[in-house]
Design a protein around this ligand. Structure first.
Ligand SMILES: Nc1ncnc2c1ncn2[C@@H]1O[C@H](COP(=O)(O)OP(=O)(O)O)[C@@H](O)[C@H]1O
Ligand SMILES: Cc1ncsc1CCOP(=O)(O)O
Ligand SMILES: [Mg+2]
Length: 263
């Protein structure tokens, strides 16, 4: 699998604008992680402006973490504008499987918008793929055969899937890649899942290869987390050290510590 450890440098050079319609729990962390990787965030939700903003952006993130019916309509409008412009659209189906409103809304977004990247934990992805799975609030239970499920779903929907967890699985239904970078403290801070989406979006904005961009994004983010985790004293310092580590990371650091397996 060919991917570019220097893609972070391209993000910094081109500074893509990443429009995000996201949840109210982790919105500030999503804006800051976007800046730390060298891209530029803008959060805009009003139906009066979402299409215009998406048309200005280089990538769009849709995160249903604290969704309501009006917000889902805004997401569809923004998604359609993004599709017309041909920019990547990353969907984070937070909590799909926990309630039928979340599951149905995520499915509706997959139907009405051409999503380029679907990023979720194993429970969320398995739910959307039609498998029985456990999602407790926004957290995933164990899912057997997640790689097979993700490969099949990516092929069916024609998109790239990123399944997060201790190891991340990335697939377009043809290739699959496993990224082992990351740190256990990530599971102790809310938002470490949400923050993957703007990082993936920023990398996808400067690449023509959706899988390679996702691999570079998840490896880079995971290595920043490893560096933060080595010096953190707990969840609080881990969170701010993650921004510092990603901000300081360069292509050489990514190349040296990448843990990628492909097939
Ligand atoms: N035990 C772990 N060890 C290393 N990295 C982890 C671990 N758990 C989660 N991660 C990482 O944390 C991020 C969020 O993943 P996850 O916890 O699955 O998302 P969510 O918070 O949406 O459920 C991903 O980058 C993933 O690789
Ligand atoms: C706790 C919570 N509740 C609704 S959205 C949200 C944040 C989820 O963040 P992540 O998926 O990154 O754990
Ligand atoms: Mg999540």
């Amino acid at each position: 699998m060919n991917w570019n450890p220097d893609l972070i440098q391209e993000v910094r050079k081109r500074r893509p604008l990443v429009h995000q319609i996201t949840n109210e729990v982790t919105v500030n962390d999503c804006a800051n992680i976007t800046l730390s990787c060298g891209a530029s965030p803008v959060m805009a939700y009003a139906p009066e402006e979402v299409a215009e903003m998406a048309a200005l952006a280089s990538a769009l993130v849709l995160n249903i973490g604290t969704l309501n019916a009006n917000q889902v309509e805004s997401m569809i409008q923004a998604g359609r504008a993004a599709n017309e412009k041909g920019i990547p659209v990353v969907l984070d189906p937070v909590g799909a499987g926990a309630t039928s409103f979340r599951t149905d809304s995520a499915k509706r977004l997959l139907e009405k918008v051409h999503i380029s990247h679907l990023k979720g934990n194993a429970g969320e992805i398995a739910t959307l793929a039609g498998e029985v799975s456990q999602v407790r609030g926004v957290d995933s239970g164990e899912v057997d055969h997640i790689r097979t499920i993700a490969v099949r779903a990516a092929r069916k929907w024609g998109l790239t899937i990123i399944v997060t967890g201790e190891k991340d699985v990335i697939t377009d239904g043809d290739k699959w890649v496993e990224v082992s970078n990351g740190h256990p403290l990530m599971a102790t801070v809310t938002g470490t899942g949400c923050m993957c989406a703007p990082v993936v979006a920023a990398f996808a904005a400067v690449s023509n290869d959706p899988v390679a961009a996702s691999v570079a994004a998840m490896v880079t983010y995971g290595i920043a987390a490893e560096q933060a985790g080595r010096v953190a004293e707990g969840p609080g310092s881990f969170r701010w050290r993650l921004f510092d580590a990603l901000h300081a990371l360069d292509g050489e650091g990514v190349r040296d510590s990448a843990q990628v397996q492909s097939g």
